[in-house]
Write a protein that binds this ligand. Sequence first.
Ligand code: TNX
Length: 634
Amino acid sequence: MSRSVLQITVLAAAVAAAAAAATAVKPSTLKVIPQPVSVQMRPGSFRLRPGMAITVTAGKPEARQVGVYLANAVAAPTGWKWKITETPKPAGRSNGIALELIKGEFHPEGYNLTITAHSVRIQAATGAGLFYGVQTLLQLLPPEIESSALQHAVWSAPCLHIVDYPRFAWRGLMLDVSRHFFSTDFVKRYIDRMARAKLNLFHWHLVDDNGWRIEIKSLPLLTQVGAWRAPRLGRWGQSEPVKDGEAATDGGFYTQDDIREVVAYARERFITVLPEIEMPGHSLAALASYPELSCTGGPFHVDPGTSFYTKVDNAFCPGNEKTFEFIDRVFTEVAKLFPSEYVHIGGDECYKGFWKICEKCQRRMAEEHLANEEELQSYLVRRAEKILESKGKKLIGWDEILQGGLAPNAAVMSWRGMDGGIAAAKMNHPVVMSPTGFVYLDYYQGDPALEPTTFGRLLLSTVYKFEPEPEGVGAKYILGGQGNLWTESVPNARHAEYMTWPRAFALAETLWSPKTTRNWADFMRRTEAQFQRLDNAQVNYARSVYDVAITPARDSSGKLTLRMSSEIGGTDIYYTIDGTNPDSFLLKYPGASVTVPEEVYVVKAVAWRNGKPSGRVVSILMRELIARLPRPRS
Ligand code: TNX
């Protein structure tokens, strides 16, 4: 190349770059969740084609695995079968998608994604990084890409350059399969949706008072007895206790083959499966199977959803050596099934009253010089930790494992707020933040009148405010955060999805994206676009942000006032107090609160956006509104 040609080429490139900058599409047009670290839009787009190849770095099974995942993801909606080709330098070819594993300055889960009119190039240092690049690419394609049936769409993605990596390494979601059992197929689908949001840890709450769900071959009664309970249809927490001779027909469990299948499926999606085996409390299903492990000897029944008395006899007896033989057997099999570094031992809400009156427990306390029952719990957790460590695993538990002294190497999952996590981090223990106030996905998402009964309230916008790294605590010990879906009030898979989405989008973004890019309005815009993806994927989600929530109060003269709000914003609210259906011809909520006479029987309200109702009509009896008033302090 002569000097003048080179100069012209350089000049032409500069002109092209200036033109590109002038016509560049603003990053805010993207609808990706979680928001990438940096996006540079460029003009033009790349169109996918039927015969295209995915080239992957040769001799790297993880790169091939991600290539296969991508080919499978596009196969159903496009009808195309892309080939995977291995080559030493995948990016050398144009007209295709290159997945390149390279050594470089990459975060362990980070990637670069470059889309030009001729090619898509994803570069990363790990299979996980490539996988997240693929997830972003899928979100740049039309929402029909989520469908499992053939679709007609223009399969193209905008030209751009993305540099992306996560803020936290632990991006968890917990599913409780004890209170209600969920099939292996559903668990796999759940994991699949986690992967799309770049969540990477599936915490499987496998045992509790209401069912033992994991086959332990050396303890067959756990699943022959512990996995089944008397069937009940009523409201959770108010069910009739088990009657004499009543058959236990409701439940289910995972065989070890099922477990291996789920673990492998998660692994293909770079998701770690963390098993939880609860102890010493919440253990009624185990005690119903092996009553000799309790202080009282029983008899016990797997609980069918009766009221959760905190003073229930549902704890293992730490005075009995048999308890530790049991724990050893369970952990031996669990350690073999799950490749995860940690095993979760629960540890929460253990009633210790029966330990106080148990001879064996009191003898143990004397022998071990334990000052109180909290130290006795700590004794059990420390022994559980030793057993786990002998099998190559580390222990994690709920923040109650701090009581009576934390086991030497334990990690803490902080659920009763962040204080337990802060205390543990100050003692140099690893911490996962999972506070009820920000990430309890079993709580109401909107007005309680529109949702099945549950324990508390957690709006999407509140999840979006989750900040796992408290000020003054070194980031070093905060592994990340996690949302928890307890399933007392989640009787089926559709409702599990409803409770999870869109709140797990907010969770994913708080755990992945830089704190500085958080923007509620933009998140809502992207969330609404994700709804179309969930529709295509036939995954259920809550539209509670489109509904009206009604909050009663009393003004200074004692009159009842109602505040009405819809989370999405940009809506008009219409309401009625005469029992009829609200619409835009009837009462309009003025924006501040309204005073409503207490003789009114029922209040109904609906939010409108763009000339149409945006959500459901909420209908609440006056007596229910009055019952919602904050109780005067006595
Ligand atoms: C507390 S969170 C529990 C669970 C319940 C949940 C309901 C935790 C460690 N224990 O057993 O399901 O509240 O929100």
